[in-house]
Ligand binder design. Structure first.
Ligand SMILES: Cc1cc2nc3c(=O)[nH]c(=O)nc-3n(C[C@H](O)[C@H](O)[C@H](O)COP(=O)(O)O)c2cc1C
Length: 328
């Protein structure tokens, strides 16, 4: 069974992470990942208030006695949410690990460290991974250009980004973006990572709290079915291809400004897509890994399949291809 230093540092059986997902990272999914031996993250900002996050953490604890974490996505905003209050809820609840993302987590690290909360920082470039390690995080998650959500502006795919990070960073590395199966896990380990993070793949699981139309769409879609919105604004996001995302790309490519698309990209519209299954109602997040998703398993079956097939892949494909000298 695959076991890496990530498992030891973060206290889980399998080096498989379910990253924060707005509107999706709720107790049903996160507890299922924890019960299957992976590391799941509740998404703090899915909860409308810090108090609601405390309730969601308690609800998750009723569904699992295994460790799980909370994702704190820090985004530039005119009216920022009360990040410090969400952070303090995580600490007061005794959650053992946070996934920080979106911006430099420095402001929050002293409080997390003082409370013994492990920090896995998710970023999209080698320089940010190096910086995060310098700041004292316990692990870095590195999102390649393939990923759902915000891939940054460097456009470096995982095949280069992961080993380039491994060359510079000594804390556990989680490879993210484009992972769905055992082939990805084994490849990530070969590239120097200590585990994988998946978003889109977990969105197409039985326990993901989204409408079945969304899951079916992920099964039917190919790797071509995403759009990169906000490119001209240098705040790129990879989202599912639909009438709204194509319209946003068109408006901004023709010189439009954020104000011209504000209505189309409203977060509540994206939330409604996931709730009602009306796939053309707004912007919703998905990655190129859709092309590797062919079913909607339970989380337990998915994780079991990945770790079992990883063993078989090494035994049946890699070992015969790279035989030890004494067997040649
Ligand atoms: C529906 C959805 C919502 C997401 N929301 C967030 C978020 O709020 N914060 C965050 O850090 N990452 C978010 N992500 C990114 C994932 O945590 C993860 O980094 C990404 O999905 C990895 O790429 P993959 O989809 O190819 O596995 C989201 C991804 C999806 C699919």
């Amino acid at each position: 069974m695959v076991h890496t230093k990530f498992c030891d540092v973060f206290g889980v059986d399998h080096p498989i992470v379910q990253g924060g997902m707005q509107w999706v990272g709720r107790a049903e999914l996160v507890s299922a990942v924890a019960n299957a031996g992976g590391l799941g993250f509740l998404t703090a900002l899915t909860q409308p208030t810090p108090e609601a996050l405390a309730d969601e953490i308690a609800r998750c604890r009723e569904l699992t006695d295994r460790p799980f974490g909370v994702n704190l996505t820090i985004l530039p905003s005119i009216n920022p949410p009360p990040y410090a209050e969400y952070r303090d809820v995580v600490i007061d609840a005794g959650v053992p690990v946070v996934e920080t993302a979106g911006a430099n987590p420095a402001e929050h690290l002293p409080a997390f460290r003082a409370a013994g909360v492990k920090v896995l920082h998710k970023c999209t470039s080698v320089r940010h991974a190096v910086k995060a390690q310098e700041l004292g995080v316990d692990g870095v998650s590195i999102d390649g250009f393939e990923c759902a959500g915000h891939p940054g502006e460097d456009d470096i795919g995982g095949l280069v980004l992961i080993p380039a990070t491994a060359d510079r960073v000594s804390v556990p590395i989680v490879a993210s973006g484009g992972f769905a199966d055992a082939r990805g896990l084994v490849a990530a380990l070969a590239l120097g990572a200590d585990g994988i993070n998946m978003g889109t793949r977990f969105l197409a699981t039985h326990e993901a709290p989204v409408h079945d139309n969304v899951k079916r769409r992920l099964v039917d879609a190919t790797e071509l079915d995403t759009e990169l919105i906000f490119r001209p604004l240098r705040n790129t996001a990879r989202v599912a291809s639909n009438a709204v995302s194509k319209e946003v790309v068109r408006i901004l490519d023709e010189g439009g400004e954020f104000a011209d698309v504000r209505e189309l990209v409203a977060g509540v519209r994206g939330r409604e897509v996931l709730r009602t299954g009306d796939l053309d109602d707004g912007i919703w997040t998905a990655g190129t890994v859709q092309g590797l998703i062919h079913d909607v398993p339970t989380v337990a079956d998915l994780i079991e399949r990945i770790v079992t097939e990883a063993d078989a892949l090494v035994r049946d494909r890699l070992t015969p291809a790279l035989p030890c000298p004494q067997f040649r």
